[in-house]
Design a protein. Structure first.
Length: 198
């Protein structure tokens, strides 16, 4: 699994601090995080991690690709939210499969991308607004093992839902171009300590 070096983490924190000096309203969005993480990876030349990123790219497998010692890592960059013991993330829109649950299941089960998530929360108190982030790594192995016949619509909802053997809850939203959402139990995550800006 790919991990940022301490120097990369420090660069990312500094970049997010600069971001919030300009924008105090809320989180740094996923598409903005892609570039900040790419620049953070580039900041540590001693690590010899070679990253490629394309602005507004449409690579289904990766937002950023990193090569370390001839091993390539495909990274999906997500913002996300930690709620009630789960990391909640939105994923790809899978409308191209025209609602075919077998094809969707095969696509999701074959995804080998790792997720680097930067969940966010804000706290307003007597001292002002505080932007709180953390770095979270999600191993792609936990986002597989789905069965095409196990999708169900709980409580007559319009979305489809399935829980894999790891306890990850997958939800498909047809009204959102079949976008997949994940609820990943915190016990499966590798989380670094929170850092506070502001």
């Amino acid at each position: 699994m790919y991990r940022l070096t301490p120097r990369m983490q420090q660069t990312l924190q500094q970049s997010l601090k600069k971001y919030h000096e300009l924008f105090d309203g809320g989180r740094c969005l996923g598409w903005e995080l892609e570039e900040l993480i790419f620049k953070a990876i580039q900041s540590d030349s001693t690590a010899r991690h070679y990253a490629t990123w394309t602005e507004a790219g449409h690579d289904d497998e990766a937002d950023i690709r990193v090569v370390v010692n001839n091993t390539e890592y495909a990274l999906q960059i997500k913002s996300g939210t930690v709620k009630r013991g789960y990391l909640e993330l939105s994923g790809h829109r899978l409308g191209r499969f025209d609602g075919n649950l077998e094809d969707i299941t095969e696509y999701l089960s074959n995804n080998s991308s790792e997720i680097l998530s930067i969940p966010y929360r804000k706290v307003d108190d007597d001292t002002g607004r505080h932007h709180i982030y953390r770095i979270v790594y999600v191993d792609s192995a936990y986002l597989r093992l789905l069965a095409p016949t196990d999708w169900e619509k709980p409580n007559n909802r319009k979305s489809w839902r399935q829980t894999n053997p790891y306890g990850v809850i997958f939800t498909l939203h047809p009204s959102m171009s079949w976008q997949v959402w994940w609820r990943i139990p915190e016990i499966l995550l590798e989380q670094l300590p929170e850092f506070i800006i502001g």
